[in-house]
Design a protein around this ligand. Structure first.
Ligand code: OGA
Ligand code: MN
Length: 291
């Protein structure tokens, strides 16, 4: 496909998400070709592009249109690259990893609603996940609009949350899977950071609630009150009407705005089926609050 015509956008949900067609993102894009895609990203928060078979090199080239990429976490098997590998296949042998292996248990943190890299001092702009091998059933990725979540909060609750700052850390999401699961090295590599609890899109001003599994507690609040508010915001914010599930096909590329949505993985039969997804993560440009 030559990128000569305009892109077409089909909404996937009344509130957010769009499928984009009419563009081949596996080949280099000019600024003029990329512009409409970037605009669609700012508007729709989640973009789905199908039949875009990626390899690592092409994925990096495409992802860099959005900005510099984050390096892989030290705890990820693809360490030393820019890829977060979501897979049940051993990176060296390609064999299925047994379900009681720590590498599989660790991935269960993805089952909780989260925003990638919210535990970093400068949180990410977006994530780009490409489907290399898909199970025939299960393994969907779900998305939840945090703009919808914010808009649905009663005004008094919005006023309470607006000035708040929360502490985020990798240890908070990992402890939800199994307390103590994070290695001492990962603990010291990723100390807690502070994030505003609301984020305003710098281009269109649309406000989003900023919470998720890495969010541990509200700065300056007693533990019980903080836990109660975070629980309430999570319940109110992740209502089914604000979510949709992406059912993966090989060749799919999904781009999501970590400033404006939460996402989570869903289960699949990791013994019977193979799943290999590669994620690149585009760095953000500023902290949400002074550290
Ligand atoms: C991710 C992620 C979900 C999935 O790549 O950041 O959360 O379904 N993935 O693999
Ligand atoms: Mn994720």
């Amino acid at each position: 496909m030559r990128n000569t015509g305009p892109i077409a956008i089909r909404r996937l949900h009344p509130l957010f998400g769009a499928e984009v067609t009419g563009i081949d993102i596996t080949r280099p894009l000019s600024a003029r070709e990329f512009g409409p895609l970037r605009a669609a990203f700012e508007e729709h928060s989640v973009l789905v592009l199908r039949d875009q078979p990626m390899d690592d090199e092409k994925q990096i080239a495409f992802s860099e249109n959005f900005g510099p990429l984050e390096p892989t976490l030290s705890a990820n098997p693809a360490v030393g690259t820019v890829f977060a590998r979501q897979s049940n296949l051993d990176i060296n042998t390609g064999e299925t990893i047994p379900s009681d292996d720590m590498r599989m248990i660790y991935q269960k943190a993805n089952y909780f609603w989260h925003s990638d890299s919210s535990f970093k001092p400068v949180p990410s702009l977006c994530s780009i996940l490409t489907a290399r091998l898909c199970p025939p059933e299960g393994g969907d990725t779900e998305f939840c609009s945090m703009r919808a979540a914010w808009n649905a909060l009663p005004a008094a609750l919005q006023a309470t949350v607006e000035p708040l700052v929360a502490e985020h850390a990798l240890v908070y999401s990992r402890n939800r899977v199994q307390p103590g699961i994070l290695s001492a090295k990962a603990l010291s590599d990723y100390p807690p950071v502070r994030q505003r609890m609301v984020r305003d899109n710098p281009l269109n001003g649309r406000r989003a609630l900023y919470i998720g599994a890495h969010c541990g507690h509200i700065v300056g609040w007693p533990r019980g009150t903080s836990d109660a508010l975070l629980e309430e915001l999570t319940l109110r914010g992740t209502r089914p009407e604000f979510t949709f599930a992406h059912k993966w096909r090989e060749g799919d590329v999904v781009i999501w705005d970590n400033r404006a949505v939460l996402h989570r993985a869903t289960a699949y039969d990791t013994v019977k089926h193979k799943r290999l997804m590669q994620r690149t993560t585009v760095a953000g440009d500023a902290p949400t609050v002074p550290q």
